[in-house]
Design a protein around this ligand. Structure first.
Ligand code: F6P
Length: 549
């Protein structure tokens, strides 16, 4: 698809006139309570809501007015967000520090569409991999794929880390309701040997299949765990190395390293350098997801992603869910001094969703320089955290309600339960609604006094309120809904990065620690005292660990 190309403005957001207008406007908003905003407009709750692709966003409990929104949309226009979105969909190399296209949207593009990278249409390749994944999954799920000793596979262990783990774990947990119960799924990520040891503790090697998931196939944690898995599996097959062919498959972009490890590339499912790790759960990295829910449901998941992609690409900013959510994040981060954002799913199946979003948001937008390498003079990505409700209510919600930090919250809930059980779902939904209400409106001193509270306790029982939240509502958690929800956050992250003029698709910040660890490993393992050339703290720690060995 060809669109008019507009240059993306180089100006940083804080140098625009609208940024200054927002700063002035924020001073007025800081003095305005949500109680007042709701009192002034009886229809605010219905007006400040947006529904698209089956997801309903109530954003009325945000500390905003119509003017705030107009200014934020103006900021989006001035940042060249539309041009950046088009550039992504055109397959341009918008990951400028790695000179790569950013095309997770191609992973869910329909078979009859075309997206070009360096003049080649990538969509046929995407569908070819999906077809071979489906054939493999059908074989394993039906029992036709036999292990080395002729037994069918009953246990799947995914070994990967970061995007090669968090997406698969989150999706497995989220879609467990739809998963086959004939197979068990375990995920190993940490290089701490305990992770692997506990994962395989009661697994029979003859019925266990390992998926080694690594874009690069060089990641230290994953390759260490993969090596231990191989040793464990081969030992369980009387030391027969040929068993690897039936018990190991790989998901990677690096065929050479996969072959070196001993996995036949016939059992390798590929993807491409234009898929970032944290944007890869719908690529072959989703092999464990497809094994769990089957190829058909996996396609429904992709359909959900695609629906949200199209919405993001084509809806005007005012009616665009990811744009709106992204702009609200910018508003809180840059104008209302929020440092963090809480993700609070009222859906047990989404228990790993906050952890998944931590990588998506913080690895993407935790950046301190612009695309041109200039140090930014404004804050970028917030700190994301969260837990499923209602558990969080009995631990950290106290701080959100009465602490001194402003923490915008995203509540996520579904109208219909997947496991109807007596009154459970009504109680769950009552809680999510109540929390958003309590945060926004609080409880005044007069209300506390009217309850007969002794004056000494009144200040302790006051809820200031004015604490913002979004409430995202879906009908029911399905594979398609999950795809829409993940794409919603992916594109919200994109929106924020476009405003901040940062590269949301590289992750140089993880490199230094990796390099230093490689240097320290031989220092810890060596038999003679190493010539320690670190600082005194690092030296002392190395000596201490060596002595304790
Ligand atoms: O160290 C960070 C990172 O590069 C992530 O971006 C990535 O998801 C993870 O490591 C795993 O990388 P790989 O899939 O190449 O093993």
């Amino acid at each position: 698809m060809e669109t008019d190309r507009q240059p993306i403005p180089k100006t940083t957001p804080d140098a625009t006139a609208v940024w200054a207008e927002l700063a002035v406007h924020a001073e007025a908003i800081k003095k305005t309570h949500l109680r007042e905003l709701f009192a002034n407009d009886a229809t605010r709750g219905e007006k400040m809501a947006l529904e698209a692709e089956g997801l309903y966003l109530d954003y009325s409990k945000n500390r905003i007015t119509d003017e705030t929104l107009q200014l934020l949309f103006k900021l989006a226009e001035s940042s060249g967000l539309k041009e950046r979105i088009d550039a992504m969909f055109r397959g341009e190399k918008i990951n400028v520090t790695e000179q790569r296209a950013v095309l997770h949207v191609a992973l869910r593009a329909p078979i009859d569409s075309s997206i070009f990278v360096d003049g080649a249409d990538v969509v046929p390749g995407v569908h070819a991999v999906l077809t071979s994944m489906a054939a493999f999954c059908d074989k394993v799920r039906s029992g036709a794929w036999k292990g080395h000793t002729g037994k069918p596979i009953r246990h799947i262990v995914n070994i990967g880390i970061g995007g090669s783990d968090l997406g698969p774990v989150m999706a497995y947990e989220a879609l467990r309701h739809y998963s086959t119960r004939d197979l068990t799924f375990t995920f190993v990520s940490n290089v701490d040997g305990t992770d692997f040891a506990e994962a395989v503790h009661s697994l029979p090697p003859e019925e266990t299949l390992f998926i080694i998931s690594s874009k690069t196939f060089t990641t230290l944690e994953t390759m260490t765990n993969a090596g231990s898995a191989r040793a464990w599996s081969v030992a369980g097959m009387a030391g027969d190395e040929t068993s690897v062919a039936k018990h190991f498959v790989a998901v990677s972009t690096n065929a050479e390293e996969v072959t070196k490890f001993g996995i036949d590339t016939a059992n390798m499912f590929g993807f491409w350098d234009w898929v970032g790790g944290r944007y890869s759960m719908d690529s072959a990295i989703g092999l464990s997801t497809m094994l769990a829910i089957g190829p058909e449901k996996f396609r429904e998941l992709l359909g959900g992603f695609h629906a949200m992609d199209e919405h993001f690409r084509s809806a005007p900013f005012e009616a665009n869910l990811p744009v709106l959510m992204g702009l609200l994040s910018v508003w809180y981060t840059n104008f209302l001094d929020a440092e963090t954002a809480a993700i609070l799913p009222y859906e047990q199946y989404l228990k790993r969703f906050p952890a998944y979003l931590q990588q998506l948001t913080m690895e993407s937008n935790g950046k301190h320089v612009t695309l041109d390498g200039e140090t930014v003079s404004y804050k970028t990505g917030a700190i994301y955290w969260g837990e499923p409700g209602t558990n969080g209510q009995h631990s950290f919600y106290q701080l959100i309600h009465q602490g001194t930090h402003l923490i915008p919250c995203d509540f996520i809930a579904f109208a219909k339960p997947l496991n109807p059980l007596g009154r459970h779902h009504d109680i769950l939904l009552a809680n999510v609604i109540a929390q958003a209400e309590a945060l926004a409106f609080g409880k005044t001193a007069a209300e506390v006094e009217a309850e007969g509270t002794t004056s000494r306790l009144v200040p302790h029982k006051v809820f200031e309120g004015n604490r913002p939240s979004n409430t995202i509502v879906g009908e029911q958690l399905t594979p398609a809904t999950l795809g829409k929800l993940v794409a919603l956050y992916e594109h919200s992250v994109f929106t924020q990065g476009a405003i901040w003029k940062i590269d949301s698709f590289d992750q140089w910040g993880v490199e230094l620690g990796k390099v230093l660890a490689q240097r320290i490993i031989p220092e810890l393992e060596g038999v003679t005292e190493p010539a320690l050339k670190h600082d005194s703290s690092t030296n002392a720690l190395i000596r201490r660990f060596r002595k304790a060995k």
